[in-house]
Write a protein that binds this ligand. Structure first.
Ligand code: AMP
Ligand code: MG
Length: 421
């Protein structure tokens, strides 16, 4: 058996970078910056008011109340026609440019309006409620470094900069197929004896969608050498990465193994991990292929440990592994000490930290326990058993359930919500 880390290193070292691309802002979410983003201009572009109120000379407000003459009104989107000088004020709305001569804003709550005048009841310091030009981002500043995976706030910052296009690596195209004569489409209502519905493609399609990959769904491939060969060759010609599931273990009918061995440079690994010990990886006509196991839980574990980091690496991301946090076992668990074990666990978030229980059965076909899990408890080689109270490393693929209405806001709100349906 190969150590997991060694197998991961081999995979990451054998996948190509995706090509560079300039995409529109609308396409950029989830992709990874390929070059630094340097601000072409200040954000905000001009000094503006943080409040609805009056632009004043701060010195005028030293001994309130004080009456100032109001020169004009400036709504957001307009520019003052006059300048503020001692004894005068300009009425200003949030976001409007601070008029020349003014050095502070008095908020409307601290004033009383008069006829063409205003009484100021508060003292303001120079700069009060003024948002300076470049207060967020300064011209010439490196806003984001390459390798950053763009989240909605990143995209919003890029929008504020007015860039014509965003330099990224192209979205990966991934071809997906399930194999096995027993495997039937998920919409098959009555299964014959021996058949099961395909849960691997929906699982992988979802995991790939979260990464922003474009999926080419090649369906279920029957255990037939010619069909399998044609499909894999076609996949290699249209996709950046190929995923198969099933047929890579020790079984006699593992045709995937035979076909892949003939077609390309594919290695069949026994990785010292559980689940997902059998795993195939290599290239078909230069296109990386991940031969994932058949059991759905193994599919996700292999995806998470090999394919997701590899795809993020291809996309240019600096951070390619899921976050790991410390948790505490709330029940004992016994695992195979010869393997890195990824136990599916439900995690409760408390002030004392993350409290960890198995989310259900731990066999690699128990998909429901995967759906109820927040992450994997990672039990390293050589450990085997964990007792109640033992610390454990958690690899999070989602965060524990959020708070209900009742927990967040109290029972009253909850009852009114239920009454209103
Ligand atoms: P295999 O690696 O092909 O021997 O498959 C291992 C196990 O996973 C068997 O019980 C298969 O029936 C099951 N399996 C294979 N492909 C799928 C799939 N697409 N969806 C659900 N289970 C599968
Ligand atoms: Mg099979």
């Amino acid at each position: 058996m190969r150590p997991l880390g060694e197998a991961q290193r081999d995979v990451l070292g054998a996948v190509p970078d995706l090509p560079l691309a300039d995409v529109s802002l609308a396409e950029a979410l989830g992709l990874v910056l390929a070059t630094p983003v340097v601000a072409p201009s200040d954000v905000p572009p001009f000094a503006n008011s943080a409040m609805d109120g009056y632009a004043v000379v701060a010195q005028d407000t030293q001994t309130p109340p004080v009456t100032l003459q109001v020169l004009e009104d400036v709504p957001a989107g307009s520019v003052a026609q006059t300048s503020v000088r001692p004894g005068f004020a300009i009425k200003i709305m949030t976001g409007a440019p601070v008029p020349s001569g003014a050095d502070a804003i008095v908020r409307v709550e601290d004033t009383e309006p008069g006829n063409d005048s205003v009484v100021v009841n508060a003292t303001v310091a120079v700069g009060t409620s003024v948002r300076p030009a470049g207060g967020d981002v300064v011209t010439g500043e490196t806003v984001f470094e390459p390798g950053v995976r763009l989240t909605p706030p990143h995209v919003a910052v890029l929008a504020s900069l007015g860039l014509p296009s965003i330099p990224v690596r192209r979205r990966p195209t991934v071809a997906l197929m399930s194999t096995g004569d027993e495997v039937r489409r998920p919409d098959t209502m009555s299964l014959e004896p021996g058949q099961i519905r395909d849960s691997n493609r929906p699982l992988l399609a979802g995991l790939l969608a979260e990464l922003g990959a474009d999926v080419i769904d090649l369906g279920i491939i029957e255990d037939d050498e010619a069909v399998l060969r044609d499909t894999v060759e076609k996949a290699a010609s249209v996709a950046d990465v190929i995923f198969t599931s099933g047929g890579v273990s020790m079984g006699e009918y593992d045709l995937v193994k035979i076909v892949l061995r003939d077609l390309g440079t594919i290695d069949f690994w026994q990785v010292a991990m559980q689940p997902a010990k059998p795993f195939a990886f290599g290239h078909i006509e230069g296109t990386p292929l991940f031969g994932l196991p058949g059991n759905p839980v193994s599919v996700m574990v292999a995806f998470e440990q090999f394919a997701r980091p590899a795809l993020l690496h291809m996309m240019g991301a600096g951070q390619i592994f899921r976050p790991r946090v410390a948790g505490t076992m709330d029940e004992p668990i016994a695992t195979d000490p010869a393997k890195t074990v990824f136990a599916r666990v439900a995690i409760e978030s408390t002030w004392e930290g993350f409290i960890v229980k198995r989310s259900g059965g731990q066999n690699s076909n128990i998909l429901s326990a995967l759906a109820r899990a927040d992450g994997f408890a990672v039990v390293p080689v050589g450990v085997g058993e964990l007792q109640v109270g033992d610390p454990v490393e958690l690899e999070m693929f989602r965060w524990p359930e959020g708070r209900t209405i009742t927990q967040a806001l109290g029972a009253e709100v909850f009852s009114s919500v239920t009454q209103n349906g």
